[in-house]
Write a protein that binds this ligand. Structure first.
Ligand SMILES: CC1=C(/C=C/C(C)=C/C=C/C(C)=C/C=O)C(C)(C)CCC1
Ligand SMILES: [Fe+2]
Length: 353
């Protein structure tokens, strides 16, 4: 290790073995999305009620819990103890950002929804850039600009491909969320689902994907094409996945086995106990340790969900309403979570190559 910049890449303290195990788990779970896409093409999508199942499971499995160690990860990444003060600062962050954003939902639900799509794009893109660099060793993403482009591509996949491929279900979920606060307001979103806008998104985003992959290929070293090949396969695979699997099901699966799993593995690598377990192949031990760490604040997150349930003007009465309440809870919790992950990124030197 030489110099400050290298020393700050704290995840590199995790051994090569624990990182390569994390990378293998990432690819293994990720490939289950390909199975879902093939099954959907072969047999057609499952009935609508079943499409909600992964999102329902995400309340307790991987999804909601993945952010429930936010109070532990920064001290761990910095090799500092968890103190009442460090806990209070994360608590204050959540209280401040969460309540401010909750107010935006009440006052301007359409703007709050559009912001939710943008925040999700940035956050899911940010998560994948970390994985590309630290799990895959994507050395062709050497500049900040190339990493930003990768962020837009990876984050855009779950937010933009369903808009192009499944506008009706997308519009339905959008209208239900906004309708919790203001039943008439969702009409403002209608232009988003019109063919010209979707065509523009398809062409614009398609070009961005092509550009990002082509620039990456140009920068790979001849002997080291593997990371780029995995990146390209994942990107094209995710386009196929979100273009064939209806979005309520697709985003539910992606949220659990892609974004959340990847983040959970990342949190394990900054935790000496979980990291050591991964290193010796004791994957279950690592997950038990995570579950124990995440349990208290998963319960607190459920409290936020219940709070929003009772706070929305229209009492949720249907399955789509319940999903809408859950998504608003996720939105409110995600904003402070993005800040924590951005600070983790800083510790790992992701945005200062
Ligand atoms: C479910 C669903 C949608 C939105 C999901 C979002 C935006 C989820 C965000 C989750 C986050 C931010 C998790 C934290 O990591 C769309 C796109 C409206 C389309 C229809 C189905
Ligand atoms: Fe996250």
């Amino acid at each position: 290790m030489t110099g400050d910049a290298t020393d700050r890449r704290t995840d590199l303290r995790a051994s090569a073995e624990s990182r390569s195990r994390a990378a293998r788990l990432t690819l293994g779970f990720g490939s289950s999305l390909a199975v879902a896409a093939v099954a959907t093409v072969a047999f057609g999508p499952p009935p609508l009620v079943y499409q909600y199942v992964p999102l329902a499971l995400s309340v307790l499995v991987l999804g909601l819990p993945h952010g429930a160690v936010d109070h532990l990860v920064l001290p761990r990444a910095r090799d500092n103890p968890v103190t009442p003060r460090s806990l209070a600062s994360i608590g204050a962050l959540y209280l401040l950002f969460g309540s401010a954003y909750a107010l935006v939902w009440v006052l301007a639900p359409v703007a709050a929804f559009v912001l939710f799509l943008l925040v999700t794009l940035v956050h899911w893109g940010q998560g994948d850039v970390y994985v590309l660099l630290e799990f895959l060793g994507a050395d062709y993403l050497e500049t900040r600009a190339s990493r930003l482009l990768a962020l837009l591509v990876r984050g855009g996949l779950p937010m933009l491909v369903p808009l192009v491929a499944f506008p009706a279900q997308y519009a339905f979920v959008a209208e239900t969320i906004v309708g919790l606060f203001d039943p008439g307001a969702a009409t403002a979103l209608e232009p988003l689902f019109e063919p010209p806008v979707r065509a523009a998104v398809a062409v614009g985003f398609g070009s961005l994907i092509a550009l990002s992959l082509a620039l990456g290929l140009g920068r790979t070293s001849p002997g080291g094409r593997r990371p780029w090949l995995v990146d390209a396969a994942e990107t094209i695979g995710l386009v196929g996945f979100f273009a064939t699997v209806p979005p309520i099901l697709a985003i539910g699966l992606y949220f659990c086995v892609w974004h959340s799993l990847r983040h959970v593995l990342r949190t394990m690598l900054v935790d000496p106990v979980a990291s050591a377990a991964l290193e010796r192949g004791a994957t279950r031990t690592a997950f038990r340790r995570f579950a124990r760490d995440a349990a208290p604040l998963t319960v607190a997150a459920l409290g936020v969900l219940v709070g929003i349930w009772f706070a929305v003007p229209r009492t949720p009465a249907t399955v789509p309403d319940v999903l809408a309440v859950y998504l608003v809870a996720i939105a409110v919790l995600t904003l402070p979570h993005v800040v924590v992950v951005a600070l983790l990124d800083r510790e790992a030197g992701i945005w200062s190559p």
